[in-house]
Every structure is written in structure tokens, then in C-alpha cells.
Design a protein around this ligand. Structure first.
Ligand SMILES: CC(C)(COP(=O)(O)OP(=O)(O)OC[C@H]1O[C@@H](n2cnc3c(N)ncnc32)[C@H](O)[C@@H]1OP(=O)(O)O)[C@@H](O)C(=O)NCCC(=O)NCCS
Length: 202
């Protein structure tokens, strides 16, 4: 099954525009799509707003955002409200059971694990269910990708309940630390959902 067959959940970044749609002048009220390098500036601006005040560190530097959006744009998802990016996820493939520091910068195309590097929601859009909804759509989308078996992430301990609500389970403390920050590693299986795939338009 190809990435294209997962499109009910994710519109391509540059979908061909039908003549009938060319006349539309208003921006879509709400749109989910994969990100591309042209979105990198908006992604980093939102990432800075989301993370700098909280932890003083961004999970991805601007060149890393561009790196992943070049290598594996299909593992990203942005939520745009009237054309403005309000939430995003950036992922890449990983090929080991646990995350190591290499996972922070590498995309391993043969891997079957999606490493979720960052989820962020614009401050004025938080506490409205957007983070959970975006993660739900992202996991649904991953279920349509036949080579993907699970999603993993590392988060600060206080966010464990948030990710548990999305179906992630704790794997244990992460070996990765950033300055004084420590992280919990979590995973969510995305395979074995044949019923869901059959009924989700994959
Ligand atoms: C974490 C984040 C993505 C949640 O997005 P959101 O749209 O506000 O989340 P939702 O509205 O879907 O869910 C809200 C729930 O998230 C949890 N939550 C959100 N931020 C939290 C925080 N800083 N600490 C603990 N729990 C938090 C709470 O459980 C909350 O539920 P409650 O209303 O019962 O308290 C968003 O706050 C954000 O972008 N934060 C900064 C970046 C970040 O930390 N990203 C995660 C990196 S691992």
C-alpha cells in the first residue's frame, strides 16, 4: 500500500488544483496536510513559541526542521486554520528498539518505527483538544503506511498522561538528556489494525 493511499487523512502539500477550485479566494477554515520545506519558517517560529518559554530548548533546530521536511515530508503533519499553521508534528523513521542520540538527527529509511520529534500547538489554540486531535489524525495516517509498526517519542514526565490518552505507553526513562532535562520514552503500536485499515479508506 502506498503513501498516496493514505490520503483520506492527509492531503499532499501540492495537490493539483482542479479548474473548478481555482476561483476560490478564501483560505480553508481548517486543513491538515503534510509539510514541506516552504513551511520550515512557520514550523520553527511555532516551535520557538512552544518550547523556548517552557524548556529553553527546541527539539529541532531550523536546519533539522528543513532536513526532515526534505527527507521525509510524508511523516509530518500540519494543521492550518485560515492558512496559518496552528499545530504540527514532525517525524522520521528509526530502526532500533530504543531512541539514541542519533535518532535526534537521523532518518533511517528502512526503519519501521516513526520517531515523533515534535508536537506543538500555537499558544492561543491550546487546551481546545487540538494537540490530541492532531496526534489522533497522525496515528490514523500512520496506520495506513504498511511499513510502519509503531510510533515512539520522548517527552518530559509531566506530559506522560497527555500521550497516554492518545494510546502511548511508557517504555522507560530515555537515555537521552538535554542539559538538566530528562525524558520518558513512550511508544504506540500502529500495526495489527487490519479492521481499522479496511474501514478507514486506506
Ligand atoms: C503539549 C501540547 C502539544 C498540548 O496541546 P493542546 O492542544 O493544548 O492539548 P489538548 O487540548 O489536546 O489537551 C490538553 C491536555 O494536555 C495536557 N497538557 C497540555 N499541556 C500540558 C503541560 N504543560 N503539562 C501537563 N499536561 C499538559 C493536559 O492533560 C491537558 O488536559 P487537561 O485540560 O485535562 O489539563 C501543547 O501544550 C504544546 O504545544 N506545548 C508546548 C510544546 C510541548 O511541550 N510539546 C510536547 C513535546 S513532547
Amino acid at each position: 500500500m502506498s503513501v498516496v493511499s493514505a490520503l483520506p487523512f492527509l492531503k499532499p502539500a501540492h495537490a493539483p488544483v482542479s479548474p473548478g477550485r481555482q476561483r476560490r479566494h478564501t483560505l480553508p477554515a481548517s486543513e491538515f496536510r503534510s509539510l514541506n520545506t516552504e513551511d520550515a519558517v512557520s514550523v520553527f517560529e511555532l516551535e520557538r513559541e512552544a518550547f523556548m518559554s517552557v524548556s529553553g530548548e527546541c527539539p529541532l533546530y531550523p536546519d533539522e526542521v528543513r532536513h526532515f521536511l526534505t527527507l521525509c515530508p510524508e511523516l509530518s503533519m500540519g494543521w492550518f486554520v485560515e492558512g496559518t499553521l496552528v499545530a504540527f508534528i514532525i517525524g522520521s523513521l528509526w530502526d532500533q528498539d530504543r531512541l539514541t542520540t542519533d535518532a535526534l538527527t537521523l532518518h533511517r529509511p528502512r526503519g519501521t518505527t516513526v520517531h515523533v520529534h515534535a508536537l506543538a500547538v500555537r499558544r492561543t489554540f491550546r487546551q481546545q483538544g487540538k494537540g490530541s486531535t492532531l496526534m489522533w489524525r497522525y496515528l490514523q495516517y500512520l496506520r495506513c503506511l504498511p511499513h510502519v509498526r509503531r510510533a515512539v517519542l520522548m517527552c518530559e514526565p509531566l506530559l506522560v498522561p497527555f500521550y497516554q490518552k492518545s494510546g502511548f505507553v511508557v517504555q522507560g526513562p530515555s537515555e537521552i538528556t538535554v542539559g538538566p532535562l530528562t525524558f520518558v520514552e513512550m511508544q504506540c503500536p500502529v500495526r495489527g489494525h487490519a479492521f481499522m485499515r479496511r474501514n478507514s479508506g486506506c
